[in-house]
Design a protein around this ligand. Structure first.
Ligand code: XMP
Length: 510
């Protein structure tokens, strides 16, 4: 194990991912963790992350100097490097102006005799993001990289196995960044690189078998990637002892409920329980137009139906959910800014007495979850499914939701997906879908006047969904989609394309 000690920087999860891409298992711990815990884990290496602060700021995160006495190799990145320099007696300059700050791609010169840089070009681009800088390395350290603005862009003390880099090797813009991390992990920490998804599946299945014994397990399946992979893994471990409850609120994409049912009943051994309740949901949504109110109703109703079913039939044994690593971190495990509370971690009603909660994917990143899904034989479409909002089409039918509007939207959306699949564009988009704005416009079809629904198409590219660009889909494709929707979907006479980025727009319309 390698520990990534989190000082609140924006790339912390990326560091952990890069480490795992080198087939080394790692965990992110907040800088508030007690040193005893680190001693107990006895990691092969520790990485200090960046952070938004200055080491001179009283309230900025620091760590006990004792960490430098454990005999464990340490790599400090950005703030982590400054903290290392500061704690060990070097000199960090608190920048009062911007003259020495560096942001973005920066030409950097490396000393190739240093083990960290042994396999990189002697001059290359690194990704910088700092104001303060180190102007004097601590005693015993040598300077191993420089830039025009930064006298100590990297430093090392091979004797104690302490290394520091001012730039961000985990960011793709840093040329050879991954080679530097690999050198740290393999050559300095002497990790073997044996962490593999196959071994994750084998050990997790064995653990699940042991933990569950002959008890039952119930899992809420949404048809999303995480709960589906959790279901597949549990099925492999305990087969029919697993019950998956799938609440189909009738607000999924066309035929999606059937697809989920078929996948899990045909390919996996388990009890699959599907609750069809579109009518109940639509009844609750009747007359409701305000988006947050709709979200609230759909969410509340969903959990009511779900927990009632569990109470009725499965309220003992274990409760499983598809929580993944970023869910736990974003929910406040680490120090990085809290982004949003995730729906993956749900509150269990007090009157249901489970033997325990099982989260088999809790240590994995999304791309690792996908690899596990593929290895377990889940269909490609499910493993690579785009994000889909919990309230489903309920927030893509703008205003009041009715059965007819859901049908129109499902048909139009299916055509969009079909055309995007055919032209190979589907995989280039982060997310795309149709929206029914609930606006009627005048048109002419044949020789007759029409007064019918408008469909809006939305497609975005993004890395993290916090910001997003509208996708520049070729006109021919948009034209084909528009033609087909108007010809094939009854009561639609106009199609528009949404060319708003986020911000100022959001991805969804509601
Ligand atoms: P926005 O619209 O906020 O969407 O730019 C960002 C991403 O989040 C998804 N989204 C939701 N997911 N429940 C969810 O589980 C929701 O209520 C919800 N609203 C938006 C959206 O599809 C996009 O991927």
């Amino acid at each position: 194990t390698v520990i990534v000690l989190d000082f609140g920087g924006q790339y912390n999860q990326l560091i952990a991912r890069r480490v795992r891409e080198c087939n080394v298992y790692c965990e992110i711990l907040p800088y508030t963790v007690d040193i005893q815990k680190i001693k107990d884990i006895n990691p092969k290496g520790i990485i200090f992350t960046g952070g938004p602060n200055s080491v001179y700021d009283e309230s900025s995160p620091h760590y006990t100097p004792e960490i430098f006495e454990l005999g464990i190799p340490i790599l400090g990145i950005c703030y982590g490097c400054q903290l290392m320099a500061y704690t060990l007696g070097g000199n960090v300059v608190s920048a009062t102006d911007n003259s020495s700050s560096e942001y973005g791609k920066t030409v950097t010169r490396y000393n190739n005799n240093d083990i960290l840089f042994k396999s990189v070009k002697s001059e290359g681009i690194s990704w910088m993001s700092h104001r303060d800088y180190i102007n004097e390395a601590p005693e015993g350290f040598s300077i191993t990289a420089t830039t025009d603005a930064c006298p100590v862009a990297a430093m090392s003390c091979p004797e104690k196995k302490f290394y520091g880099v001012q730039f961000h090797p985990e960011v793709n813009h840093t040329e050879n960044g991954k080679d530097m991390l690999r050198s740290f992990l393999y050559d300095i920490c002497e990790c073997k690189g044996e962490w593999r998804m196959e071994s994750f599946i084998d050990t997790t299945v064995a653990q699940l078998k042991e933990q569950i014994g002959d008890k039952g397990v119930v899992l809420g399946l949404s048809g999303g990637v995480d709960s589906s992979v959790a279901a597949a893994l549990l099925s492999k471990a305990v087969g029919k002892q697993l019950t998956c409850v799938f609440v189909d609120q009738g607000l999924m994409r066309k035929d999606e409920g059937d697809f989920v049912e078929q996948t899990f009943t045909k390919l996996f051994d388990m009890n699959f329980v599907r609750i069809n309740c579109q009518e109940e949901f639509l009844a609750k949504l009747k007359g409701i137009e305000e988006p947050e109110e709709k979200r609230h109703i759909i969410g509340t109703e969903f959990y009511k139906v779900f927990w009632n079913k569990i109470r009725e039939s499965y309220g003992e044994g274990y409760f499983a959910q598809g929580t993944i690593y970023p869910d736990r971190i974003e929910s406040g495990k680490g120090d990085a800014a809290k982004i949003k509370t995730h729906h993956n971690q749900v509150g269990i009603p007090e009157d249901i007495d489970f033997a325990g909660v099982i989260e088999p994917l809790k240590d994995l990143f999304k791309d690792e979850v996908r690899v596990v899904g593929e290895k377990l034989g889940l269909p490609h479409d499910l493993v690579w499914r785009q994000p889909f909002p919990g309230p489903g089409l309920g927030v893509r039918v703008i205003g009041e939701v009715t059965a007819e509007k859901v049908r129109i939207l499902q048909e139009a959306d299916a055509i969009l997906r079909d055309e995007m699949d055919k032209c190979g564009y589907a995989d280039k988009m982060s997310q795309f879908f149709a929206v029914l704005p609930g606006v009627k416009t005048v048109g002419v079809m044949g020789d007759a006047r029409t007064y019918d629904e408008l469909i809006a198409l939305r497609a975005v590219t993004t890395d993290d969904f916090m910001t997003a660009d509208w996708a520049k889909i070729p006109y021919e494709i948009l034209g084909r989609v528009s033609n087909r929707i108007i010809n094939e979907v009854e009561h639609v006479n106009r199609v528009v394309y949404d060319i708003t980025s986020k911000p100022p727009g959001t991805v969804e319309w509601e």
